[in-house]
Write a protein of this length. Sequence first.
Lengths: 152, 135, 404
Amino acid sequence: MPSVMELYQFLPKTNCKKCGESTCMAFAVAILSRKKKISECPPILETSFKKQKDKLESLLLPTAGAEETGMMVHHELCTGCGNCVVACPVDVANDPKGAAVGCAPTNEKVIFKVVDGKVLASNIKECRRFGKNRVLCYACIDPCPTGAIEFV
Amino acid sequence: MGMDIGKFLKSPEHEIKITTYRDIFQIEALERDRFGEDYRKLSACIVIGKNDMQKMGIKDRDRVLISNKYGSVVVDVKESKKEEPGGVAFMVNSPWSNALVSDVTGGKGIPEFKEIIAKISLTKEEITSIESLRV
Amino acid sequence: MITCTGCALLCEDIEVIIENNSVKETRNACRRGAARIKGCVNRMVPSIDQKPVDIDISLKKAIQILKNAKAPMLFGFGNSTNEAQKKAIQLAKKINAALDDTSSFCQGHLIEKVLHNKFRTCSLDEIRNKADVLVYWGSDAQDSQPRHLSRFSYFPRGELRQRGYEEDRLAIAIDVRESNTAKICKGHFYRIPLKGDREFILALMDALSGKVPTYDPKKMLELAAILKKAEFGVIFAGIGLTYSIKDDIDILVALSDKLPNFHIMPMVGHYNMRGFNENLFNETGFVNRVKFSEGKTIHDDKYSIVEALKENTVDALLVVGSDPVSSLPRSIISHLASIPVICIDPCVTMTSKIAIVNIPCAVSGIESSGTAIRMDGKVVELKKAMASNYPDDENVLKRLLEVI
């Protein structure tokens, strides 16, 4: 994924504040964390900035499929082993008789489910990386040997 | 004495030791279609560590001929993404690796699937097809 | 809920959505299992000499071949139900055939030790509830039995292991290759040289007896200390280990004697390979490699599929649910081209392409029901999820048995 500096260098660097942020650097941080979209910068929509806008979009493309927590599941790498289903602390708490003890999830409150041999994430707002009291949890990343889960 | 021209035309051969392993993506392809392109791509290859590849002058995605007295196959090279101690290359268990397995069993009924000794050299030939690996 | 036949874990919690008599979606099955449940693209059609015929005609031809054979052999069965395997044993008895299965060149030796109670073993459910030290030895469960770590061994919480894997369990990998399973074992991956298992076991036994091992003493003593502290340990013996010590399997029994809190579990691939071993064992006292002769059972390595093909000692081969042309060394299978081969399978295989007679069957666990034996010995029920135009392999074998 791109860095804030990489994104910043393609922004107009005028600190016009039209996007609602105080500086272009702050806007770069906002688009990287998906709080703002590129289109919320009015100057960059002008034709003279087209090349820079295209460049920004291509830089952000790898994160386009990410959930609000930044979670991305690379389905092509997933083996469907279910380690994340069982290791996720939210799944353990929400499904103590199913996912927690290694069985198939017994309710819809879990974050991870395996469908067609690949993991699917849902209820993403339950993820520990979301909301006010968020923590930098690695419980689904560590048990995955193929790197199929990533936070961007 | 005439010059051995063959020595200059043929790619250099290197001794290689191969062990076999299992791969879930290849097993998935086998379940779906053992005669399909996916199974061939995931089977007809050899994974080699970076240092060993440099020593042999072989690069990622090169085409190689692997042969010994039991058989020969043409497969693609994949550079290992891991740190390898070297000395051993890896082939996923398949008809391609089985073409190189020895028939010496000492009458015990278990072939030596895990230690294949062969020669490896660069080639421009086509990948060995599954059809040609039949009896 | 159906049971997955993708591997010998026989996961019983699989949901399938079926539309127009085909599986549209699977839930809870891993990538390997989902592929098995969704099935192959090239289903077999009944044929003689590779020309399509009616299934009854192919059956008649199979009967004729088996009747005329002087030294027939029956082989395969790792993907057959217990019921089909029992029929195969009866058929072999009736026609004085040799009988062998894929465990013959896989985990057969180890399962034989288990059935003879040569070392302690345990159930997968006990592992989930009690195990604290797990050793994956020459076993890449992540790729071969993909839900092993999540359903039973490492990640789930169990009765005595309530706090999760980070605190309550320790996973160790001993392997030649940094497999996906070894990656999970991170700080406890012991990489051994090719065929180095025997030396590693000897050094470990030294370390466990308080001697200074000659091989990597620091690491061996550290590992011995971890194993000694285990309350309920398990060694998952993969084929990497079994192949490496194939000439001296007893060394594993010796190691087990030095580790009183440990259990050994053979990691089985095909869904009912252990079933075949148990069914034949119950009938004859042997797990594989037998020949029936006028009511007597002879057990000999020469009745292994590998030696039988190598030494040209069979004159007809019936293959059920297996693909020896694919899974055996090419240097050994050339004899197959010169004898009549009968193939019973749901799908076209490399073996079916050289077979004189092909008899298609239903996919067990999806198109037909029955029972199978999980890698730990538990009997698991297979359910039928949809209809098939073809009989199951039990039925095919039953029809052969009735007519011969």
